[in-house]
Design a protein around this ligand. Structure first.
Ligand SMILES: NC(=O)c1ccc[n+]([C@@H]2O[C@H](COP(=O)([O-])OP(=O)(O)OC[C@H]3O[C@@H](n4cnc5c(N)ncnc54)[C@H](OP(=O)(O)O)[C@@H]3O)[C@@H](O)[C@H]2O)c1
Length: 322
C-alpha cells in the first residue's frame, strides 16, 4: 500500500474503501451486508488500507453501523471518514448529527467529518461553526467537504478558520473535471482530493456492455450505463485493456492506478466482493508510464457520453422497460 504525504495520524492510504455498498441501495443482499462486508473490512485492514469512507445517508445509517461493527477492536488503526447530509446544516444540527454518526459506529472520534454536498441555501459559516465546536471537544479530527467547487472549498476554510483537509469528488477516466482546479489547489496547499466512483461505478472494469448492464437502481440512474454510452466507451475500454495487459493487471486495476497517479489523490472504490477489494488494493502497486497516461487521457478525451438533459428521456425509457 502507498500513503498520502498529508500529516494525518494514521496516514491516509492511496486506496481506501468506499462503503456506500454497505447500505441497501446497491442491492447486494443480506448475506453481503451480514458477512461479506465484515470480511471485506478486515481484509482491507490486513492489506494496509486505512481510509474507510461512509455517510449517514448510506442506507439511512446502515452503512455506518455495519462499518463500525466490522472495524471493532481495530478501529484505532484506521482513518475513519463519514459525512453529514446537509439538510439544514446549521451549527447545532451539525453537532447533533456528528454525535449520532459516532454512536452508530461505536467510536468517540470521527477522523474526518465531511459535508456531503454544498447546501445552496445555507452558507458554510454556520456549518463550520458546528465543525469547529466538534473539533474543540475532540469528536472530530479533520473537517472535509464533498462535491464542493474550489471557491466554496476555500470559503469553507475561511469560515472554519483552519484547514478543510479534503474535498471528496467524482474523479476517474470518465470524469476528469477535478483536474482543472481542485487537484492543483490540493497539491499546492497540502490538501487532499478523495476520488469517488473511481471505477465509474464499475464501467471501467470493462465487464459491462449494452447486452450486459448492471441491474441495481443506483446504476439504472447513471447515464454512463445507457446502451449508447456503453457503445461509446468501447474505444476507451480498449485502450484501458491494452495498458492493463502490459502490466498483467485488470482494466479496473489500471483505471485505479491512473486515478491515484496524482500525489494529492486517494481513491475510495467500493467492492461487491472480497476478491474485488483485494484486486483494488493491489492497484496501489501499479505504476503507469507517462506514455500510458497520455494514451488513456487521449482516449478519455474522445469519450463523449450522453449526459445531462439529453440523457433524461433515455433513462426514463430504461426504467419503464426494467
Ligand atoms: N461523496 C459523494 O457524493 C459520493 C458519491 C458516490 C460515491 N461515494 C463514495 O465513493 C465510493 C465509491 O464510489 P462508487 O461506489 O459510486 O463507484 P466505484 O467505486 O467506481 O464502483 C464500485 C462498483 O464497481 C464494481 N467493482 C469494484 N471493484 C471492482 C473490481 N476490482 N473489478 C470489477 N468490478 C469492480 C462493483 O460493482 P459490481 O460488482 O456490482 O459491478 C462495485 O460496487 C462509495 O462507496 C462511497 O463511499 C461518494
Amino acid at each position: 500500500m502507498r500513503y498520502l504525504d498529508a500529516d494525518t495520524t494514521p496516514k491516509i492510504s492511496k486506496i481506501g474503501l468506499g462503503t456506500w455498498q454497505f447500505g441497501s441501495e446497491w442491492g447486494y443482499g443480506d448475506g453481503y451486508a451480514e458477512r461479506d462486508a465484515e470480511a471485506i473490512v478486515q481484509r482491507a485492514i490486513d492489506l494496509g488500507v486505512t481510509l474507510f469512507d461512509t455517510a449517514e445517508a448510506y442506507g439511512f445509517g446502515r452503512s455506518e453501523r455495519i462499518l463500525g461493527r466490522a472495524l471493532g477492536e481495530r478501529r484505532a488503526s484506521v482513518f475513519l471518514a463519514t459525512k453529514l447530509f446537509p439538510l439544514l446544516p446549521v451549527a447545532p444540527v451539525v453537532e447533533q448529527r456528528a454525535v449520532a454518526s459516532a454512536n452508530r459506529m461505536g467510536t468517540r472520534l470521527l477522523d474526518l467529518y465531511q459535508v456531503h454536498q454544498p447546501n445552496p441555501l445555507v452558507r458554510d459559516g454556520t456549518t463550520m461553526r458546528g465543525m469547529r465546536a466538534l473539533q474543540t471537544v475532540g469528536l472530530v479530527g479533520e473537517v472535509g467537504v464533498s462535491n464542493y467547487s474550489l471557491d466554496r472549498w476555500r470559503a469553507a476554510e475561511r469560515a472554519l478558520g483552519g484547514r478543510v483537509l479534503s474535498n471528496q469528488v467524482e474523479y476517474s477516466l470518465v470524469h476528469r473535471q477535478p483536474e482543472d482546479d481542485l487537484l492543483p489547489f490540493a497539491q499546492a496547499e497540502g490538501r487532499v482530493v478523495i476520488a469517488y466512483s473511481p471505477l465509474g461505478q464499475g464501467l471501467l472494469s470493462g465487464k459491462y456492455d449494452r447486452d450486459h448492464r448492471p441491474a441495481n437502481r443506483i446504476r439504472a440512474g447513471n447515464p454512463l450505463f445507457l446502451p449508447e454510452n456503453l457503445d461509446r466507451a468501447g474505444d476507451l475500454l480498449g485502450v484501458l485493456r491494452e495498458v492493463a495487459a502490459a502490466h498483467d493487471v485488470t482494466p479496473a486495476q489500471a483505471a485505479l492506478a491512473w486515478v491515484i497517479r496524482h500525489p494529492a489523490v486517494a481513491a475510495i472504490p467500493g467492492a461487491s466482493s472480497l476478491g474485488q477489494l483485494e484486486s483494488n488494493v493491489a492497484a496501489a502497486d501499479v505504476e503507469l508510464a507517462a506514455d500510458e497516461d497520455a494514451a488513456l487521457r487521449s482516449a478519455a478525451g474522445r469519450f463523449q457520453p450522453i449526459t445531462g438533459r439529453a440523457a433524461i428521456p433515455k433513462l426514463i425509457r430504461g426504467w419503464r422497460h426494467r
